[in-house]
Design a binder for this molecule. Structure first.
Ligand code: TYM
Length: 332
């Protein structure tokens, strides 16, 4: 049986990368698989958060999931801190994870930067919590954007370490699902940098709450190079901004990158940007309107999360009980 688990941090500025790299793929997967989609609020705490904003952003990510087309009846939608098993399993798995494995994590190095000594233990242990998220449900598949690949490899290593240590085939090794025309959406201001929630320039990203006017303005201002659009994929390779905008178009239109190259070969950027802005405003604008409608009813959102937490707990609790047994922790 295939079970899918994935999540987004409620750290504000949910953007097109989160949508194209992850959420949109989940909408497809929910038709055929047992899906659990989490708002990973404990992960958000690895960097300082304003408590009030964190609450609002948790509701906002929930609204985004639903507005994008995830059905809260069919799928489980919940926020991580409502299922205590995540933190518990993270501790247990942390006791089996060598520091050397965590020292390899590039995201910690990027986020801690020069201030490694001041970085929190949570930021360092973050990938272990992520492994716990997935393994707590014995999830088999994890649809994410390209940037999460290394964390997923670690989750597989931790699952394998647990199974070997206790001589069981208990945790399945979770498979990353990295697919779609745009698995790594880049910044609109710099085609070599990932589109990110934490970029100081709001012009670097299309936020999921942006309206049509904001989308058009950001696309118009997006960085480009002086040449007309490339005619072949080979030609596009050395042109990160062109590749990014064409990739976004392909993903939003639901066609291949090759088709988009063929269609816009030789166009100038300003004409292409006008087409891209219309398409993005159409797809993202619809989601933004629906998000706004949902956000106006926090009672509904909280109800979805509460029911999701009950359903998630019902799956997690027996798995955690088995882990306690395997590790010899007495439950009198
Ligand atoms: P987060 O919140 O940074 O991002 C959520 C999802 O969006 C994808 N993503 C992107 N995809 C393409 N282009 C981009 N520029 C881009 N930026 C973000 C991410 O790959 C991710 O799929 N650690 C995770 C959250 C998490 C998780 C989990 C995911 C915690 N536990 C268990 C899967 C399973 C994170 O910080 O995602």
């Amino acid at each position: 049986m295939k079970r899918i688990f994935s999540g987004v941090q409620p750290t504000g500025n949910l953007h097109l990368g989160n949508y194209l790299g992850a959420i949109r793929n989940w909408v497809q997967l929910q038709k055929d698989f047992d899906c659990i989609f989490c708002i990973v609020d404990l992960h958000a705490l690895t960097l300082p958060q304003d408590p009030k904003e964190l609450t609002g952003q948790t509701r906002e990510v929930t609204a985004a999931y639903i507005a994008a087309g995830i059905d809260p009846e069919r799928c489980i939608i919940f926020n991580q801190s409502t299922v205590p098993g995540h933190a518990e399993l993270a501790w247990l798995l942390g006791c089996l994870t060598p520091l050397g494995w965590l020292n390899r994590m590039t995201q910690f190095k990027e986020k801690a930067g020069k201030h490694r000594e001041e970085a929190g233990l949570g930021l360092y242990a973050y990938p272990v919590l992520m492994a716990a998220d997935i393994l707590l449900y014995k999830a088999t598949h994890v649809p994410v954007g390209e940037d999460q690949k290394q964390h997923l490899e670690l989750a597989r290593d931790i699952a394998g370490a647990f199974n070997r240590r206790f001589g069981v085939e208990f945790f399945p090794l979770p498979e990353p699902q990295i697919f779609g025309a745009c698995t790594r959406v880049m910044s609109l201001r710099d085609g070599t940098k990932k589109m990110s929630k934490s970029d100081t320039s709001d012009y670097s990203r299309l936020n999921m709450t942006d309206d049509a006017a904001a989308i058009a303005l950001k696309i118009r201002k997006a960085k480009t190079d002086p040449q007309p659009l490339p005619a072949t994929e080979k030609e596009a390779e050395a042109r990160p901004e062109a590749t990014n905008l064409l990739g976004i178009y392909a993903a939003l239109a639901g066609v291949s990158f090759a088709e988009v190259i063929q269609r816009f070969a030789g166009w100038n950027f300003s004409d292409f940007k006008a087409e891209l802005a219309d398409l993005a405003a159409d797809v993202c604008g619809r989601i933004a309107v629906e998000m706004k409608r949902l956000m106006a009813d926090p009672g509904y959102i909280d109800g979805v999360l509460k029911r999701g937490a009950e359903r998630a707990n019902a799956i997690a609790a027996p798995v955690l009980r088995d882990v306690f047994d395997l590790m010899g922790l007495l439950r009198p």
